[in-house]
Design a binder for this molecule. Structure first.
Ligand code: GLY
Length: 328
């Protein structure tokens, strides 16, 4: 791919719509079918939720929970493992009609972190919006969620990836050889963070994002996904969910930047592609490569996706349009 090139498309849709992504990175050919199935299953969950009359934010939680449970993605079950060989998950969600949001960070015993983030929006009563680690899990228990064993989040695929990285990079507990981010860059600079943006029948919008973060990340590392404004944002009729190199996305506060431009009446697709290009031009990893990622977004009258990685898993559903599984 030419350096910095951004792929994008937009669709004119002003009614209910669900747009979902399953990560922007160099998705291997052998993983494409599994990704398609995960996107299809998530859209079906979203359609059922919309048909039940749920609000955009509840539909967004249902869609992302489906992807967390599917196993194809770097979120929930199937998350990439940290240096301790544990799944450590982040998730965030936001309601554009009121700017309420909720997020959980570095949780290890929640089957569906996005559902706890969603509960926090209500139970936190505006006083608590983000909870990390054990505090988030204690909140979940108090709200009648069941804690699971971390091992139940670990797939064979990710166990194998972890062991291969540990063999290559070395045991970080006994050596100083590990540089944060080196595994991520070598694995194609991306991963399977999931997310969605939703517009419901009342015109309310929501954004949600969930991730296991980067492969072989240091325990406690936090990327963009649970940070409102970085990995997700929704305001008024605009909503954005991001995926890609979390440290870069957070540095340019990508989701909020795009939402702000949409609300300022910039062209939706141009707002997305110009921000991805700007992130690529401005932020370089230690190998000198420009930062890459992808995002999905909706405005009052359109939806769009854009990515600067070799592939991005994404799909869309709207009444009349049906389910469109875009090419991976
Ligand atoms: N974009 C997800 C992460 O960097 O954690």
């Amino acid at each position: 791919m030419p350096d910095g090139l951004v792929f994008s498309a937009s669709f004119a849709i002003d009614g209910p719509v669900i747009l979902v992504h399953g990560g922007a990175w160099d998705i291997p050919d052998g993983a494409v079918e599994d990704h398609r199935d995960g996107l299809k299953t998530a859209l079906a969950a979203g359609r059922r939720s919309l048909a039940s009359g749920h609000s955009a934010v509840d539909v967004a939680a249902d869609v992302v929970a489906s992807m967390e449970s599917h196993g194809a993605f770097d979120a929930g079950r199937g998350a990439m493992l940290n240096q301790d060989g544990r799944a450590q998950l982040d998730a965030g969600i936001m309601d554009g009609s009121c700017l309420d949001y909720g997020a959980v960070i570095a949780v290890e015993r929640l089957k569906n972190p996005i559902r706890v983030a969603r509960r926090l929006m209500d139970a936190g009563n505006g006083q608590v919006r983000i909870l990390a680690g054990e505090g988030a899990e204690r909140f979940a228990v108090a709200e009648a969620f069941t804690l699971i064993d971390n091992v139940d989040l670990i797939s064979e695929r990710e166990r194998d990836r972890f062991e291969a990285l540990r063999d290559r990079i070395g045991d970080v507990h006994t050596s100083q050889s590990f540089l944060p981010g080196v595994a991520d860059r070598r694995s194609g600079g991306g991963h399977d963070t999931v997310g969605c943006v939703v517009r419901d029948a009342r015109g309310h919008v929501a954004a949600a994002t969930s991730t296991g973060g980067t492969p072989f990340k240091p325990p406690g590392r936090v990327g963009d996904s649970p940070l409102p404004g970085s990995g997700f944002y929704a305001d008024g009729e605009a909503a954005v969910s991001c995926t890609g190199w979390g440290e870069a996305i957070a540095a340019v506060v990508l989701a909020h930047d795009v939402v702000r431009r949409i609300l300022d009446d910039e062209d939706l697709e141009l707002a997305m592609t110009s921000r991805l290009q700007a992130m690529h031009d401005r932020i370089r990893n230690p190998d000198g490569d420009g930062a890459r990622g992808g995002l999905i977004a909706l405005s009052g009258s359109a939806v769009a996706w854009a990515y600067s990685t070799p592939r991005m898993a994404r799909a869309i559903w709207a009444p009349g349009l049906g389910t469109v599984h875009l090419e991976l």
